[in-house]
Design a protein around this ligand. Sequence first.
Ligand SMILES: CSC[C@H]1O[C@@H](n2cnc3c(O)ncnc32)[C@H](O)[C@@H]1O
Ligand SMILES: [Zn+2]
Length: 444
Amino acid sequence: MHVELLIHADWIIPVDADNRTLVNHSLAINDGRIIAVLPRQDAVAQLNAATVVELPGHVLIPGLINAHTHAAMSLLRGLADDLPLMTWLNQHIWPAEQRWVDPSFVADGTQLAIAEMLRGGVTCFNDMYFFPEITAQVAAEAGMRLVAGMIVVDFPTRYAADADCYLQRGLELHEQYRGHSLVTTAFAPHSPYTVSDTALMRVRDLANKLDVPIHIHLHETSDEITQALKTQGKRPLACLDQMGLLNPHLMAVHMTQLDDHEIVRLAATGAHVIHCPESNLKLASGFCPVMKLQRAGVNVALGTDGAASNNDLNMLGELRTAALLAKGVSGDAAALPAPQALRMATINAAQALGISANTGSLEISKAADVVAIDLRDPHTQPLYHPSSQLVYAASSHQVRQVWINGRQVVRDGAVTTLAMDSLLTRVQAWQEKIAAGDEALSIE
Ligand SMILES: CSC[C@H]1O[C@@H](n2cnc3c(O)ncnc32)[C@H](O)[C@@H]1O
Ligand SMILES: [Zn+2]
């Protein structure tokens, strides 16, 4: 039988229902899809491949999915550190965004973010940012999978004047990318404290009608709860519940403040939680009770948040932080073992994003979103369990090859779909402009 691409690796972790690790196996790909996962000797005997890739000492995993980010904020990385959320947003990030965010900022920032993510084995990101049509165009050109956020906030920006206008632009984006092989869409109302109930109910109705997910920051800090209790007399999750927004469309990002009743309610409604441990640590926002959520049956996925609050988009690093933090928070060393952590960054994320029929695991008929990681480095030797090395020891520089839809987007550690030199020149120009503007602001 003829195949286009055959990849032989020492290990494959398909992230299937049985959490298997396959030794000396091969992945066969045709038309950008996985057509077989089989022992190497069977592949060699049965398949005639146009291209064969030999990866000794490597493990193949499904592409990592960054389930919550603001990609273009990579241009604001390190601008305002060591601050709590609302000071960070109100006094630094939102003023900087009002001043700088336009289509060219989003194009350059998103390219920078995609370069970083591809090199770190991320093949898909769930984005929430201004000018999502630019994010979508840049991602599609770079061969990156994207869930583009149809954003809504109640304040005017250069992107849109009011909630109706944000929604109108989002719906146009949804239409534009219907049936696209890389880009899908999700509603992305920023949070209950920046989007009115009227707009949230409109989002609910549209999400039900179009069958698309809803991506929202929720219960990020204790302050958010205190404010909602003062102004609404209820916790934000209860407000969303009352409006009929708790259902399998909902991706609730952060969720550091949860009582036991809320966890039961999330599980009963099928809402998903996106855990962003490094952003929560850096902004001192709190801790998401991942183990309690998983035990209750809530699907939990993993995201980095933006590079201005993390400060990187490194999902291997995020995996390690999530696994270690789960143990620290629960007081149980058995909490979130490596295979479970890997599920959060792959199949769980694909489920939350509504794309699990297409990606999230290395299984027959899914898109070939594949990452090869070289485990021969000193710090991942000796090797007893590949998943343990991946989660507890590997670094992103060990990501050597990446394919998305069967197209090679990283070859020998270098991104093949972006012009890195000119990108880095443009990023340098942004740094100089933004730093000069920041100095002028602080002198005033
Ligand atoms: C409507 S575009 C997204 C908006 O979200 C801001 N943002 C980035 N990180 C966070 C966070 O952790 N909590 C709340 N809001 C965040 C970003 O700066 C954009 O304005
Ligand atoms: Zn965020």
